[in-house]
Design a protein around this ligand. Structure first.
Ligand code: SF4
Length: 367
C-alpha cells in the first residue's frame, strides 16, 4: 500500500452476540445507539414520553435508572409502554434488579461486585437466566473499587479492566455469560486504552461511551474522537453518547458518528458550506432551519446540500438529491442536478422543505 493510500477501517472484533429485547448486540449485528432517560423514573408519563422522543431521534435501546423502591414499583409500566427495549440501571440494591427483571427489563445494568456477596449475585443471575435477559457490567473510572485504586495508584486503564474482569468472574462462577461490558472514563485516552486492553481478553460485546463527557460542544468532540478511534479499530458493539443536554441529541450524534464511519446507513445526509466572504444570504439561519425541518421529514438515504453562493454552491447543490445555492438575496434550488426553482431569500427554507417533502412522497409512491 502506498503511503498515500488510506488504511480502511479495521475488521470488526469478533464478539459473542446477545439480545437486548429484540435488538441484537455484538457479533455482526448493526451497532445500536442507546441513550438514558433524564426524567424522574417515578413519573411514568414523563419517562415514557421521553422514550418516544428518543426513539423518534433514532434511539434503539434506552436505559432507565431504578434508584428507589418506588421507581421499581412503576418500572413495569414503563417497560410495557416503551416502544424500544428498556435496560434497568441498578446500583447496589440487588432486590431492585429482581423487581426490574420481573417488570420487563430487557437487560440489567448492575455490577455484581457491588451488591454484597455471591449469594446475591446468584439471585440476580438466576432471575436473569429465568427471564432470558443479559446483564451489563458498567465499570466507571470514577467509582473503582478501593483495592484496585490502592493496587494501581489511580483509575488506570489496567485498573478498569481488572475491575471488569472481576465482575465478569463473579457472573461466570454462576455459569452466566449473557453479558456485555462498558468501561467508561471521563477522558478519551484512558477510555480508549481500557477498551483496547479488554477487547483482547474477552469476547463479550462491548458498550462504548465516554462518561461525564460534558456539555454538547465538548462532549460531542470527545465522544466522536474516543468512540471514533475504537470503532475504526473494529471495537464496539453498541454506543451511547453522553451529553449534559438533550438525550435526543445524544442519539443523533451517535447515528452521525456511525454513519461517518460507514457503520450505519439510513437517515439523511446534509452538507452545508462554512460560508465565507462570498456569501450573500444568512446561511447560518437558513442551514439551521432547513436541518430542523429535514429532521421532521426524516427521508432516509437522501443527500441535501445547503450552499452559500453561486461560486461553489451550484456544484455541490447539483451533486445532492436536493440542493440550494444562495445568490444575491435569493436561492436557487436544484434537484438531481437540475435548477428547478429560484426563490427570494425569505422563502428559501419553506421552498426547500416543500421540495424535500415532494421528493419523499414521490419515493414513497414508487416504493
Ligand atoms: S459555497 Fe460560496 S459562500 Fe460557501 S464557502 Fe464556498 S465560496 Fe464561500
Amino acid at each position: 500500500m502506498s503511503e498515500l493510500e488510506l488504511k480502511p477501517l479495521s475488521p470488526r472484533r469478533k464478539s459473542r452476540q446477545i439480545m437486548v429485547g429484540n435488538v441484537p448486540v455484538g457479533g455482526d449485528a448493526p451497532i445500536p445507539v442507546q441513550s438514558m432517560t433524564k426524567t424522574d423514573t417515578r413519573d411514568v408519563d414523563a419517562t415514557v414520553k421521553q422514550i418516544y422522543d428518543y426513539a423518534a431521534a433514532g434511539c434503539e435501546i434506552v436505559r432507565v435508572s431504578v434508584p428507589t423502591t418506588r421507581a421499581g414499583e412503576v418500572f413495569h409500566e414503563i417497560c410495557a409502554r416503551s416502544p424500544i427495549p428498556v435496560v434497568a440501571d441498578i446500583h447496589f440494591d440487588f432486590r431492585l434488579a429482581l423487581v426490574a427483571a420481573d417488570g420487563g427489563a430487557a437487560c440489567l445494568r448492575i455490577n455484581p461486585g457491588n451488591i454484597g456477596g455471591q449469594d446475591r449475585v446468584k439471585a440476580v443471575v438466576d432471575k436473569a437466566g429465568e427471564k432470558g435477559i443479559p446483564i451489563r457490567i458498567g465499570v466507571n473510572g470514577g467509582s473503582l473499587e478501593k483495592e484496585l485504586l490502592e493496587k494501581f495508584g489511580h483509575a488506570t486503564p489496567e485498573a478498569m479492566v481488572a475491575s471488569a474482569l472481576h465482575h465478569l468472574e463473579l457472573l461466570e462462577k454462576e455459569g452466566f455469560y449473557n453479558t456485555k461490558v462498558s468501561l467508561k472514563a471521563s477522558d478519551v485516552i484512558r477510555t480508549v486504552q481500557a477498551y483496547r486492553l479488554l477487547a483482547k481478553q474477552v469476547d463479550y460485546p462491548l458498550h462504548l461511551g465516554i462518561t461525564e463527557a460534558g456539555t454538547p460542544w465538548g462532549a460531542t468532540i470527545r465522544s466522536s474522537i474516543g468512540m471514533g478511534v475504537l470503532l475504526a479499530e473494529g471495537i464496539g458493539d453498541t454506543i451511547r453518547v453522553s451529553l449534559t443536554g438533550e438525550g435526543t441529541e445524544e442519539c443523533r450524534v451517535g447515528h452521525e458518528m456511525l454513519r461517518a464511519l460507514g457503520l450505519r446507513s439510513g437517515g439523511f445526509h446534509m452538507v452545508s458550506c462554512p460560508s465565507c466572504g462570498r456569501v450573500q444570504i444568512d446561511l447560518k439561519r437558513v442551514a439551521q432551519e432547513i436541518e430542523d425541518g429535514l429532521k421532521e421529514i426524516n427521508h432516509e438515504h437522501i443527500t441535501y446540500a445547503v450552499m452559500g453562493c453561486v461560486v461553489n454552491g451550484p456544484g455541490e447543490a447539483r451533486e445532492a438529491d436536493l440542493g440550494v445555492a444562495g445568490g444575491a438575496g435569493e436561492g436557487r434550488i436544484y434537484r438531481k442536478g437540475e435548477l428547478i426553482r429560484k426563490v427570494a431569500e425569505s422563502d428559501i427554507v419553506s421552498a426547500f422543505l416543500e421540495e424535500a417533502r415532494k421528493l419523499k412522497a414521490e419515493h414513497a409512491s414508487k416504493a
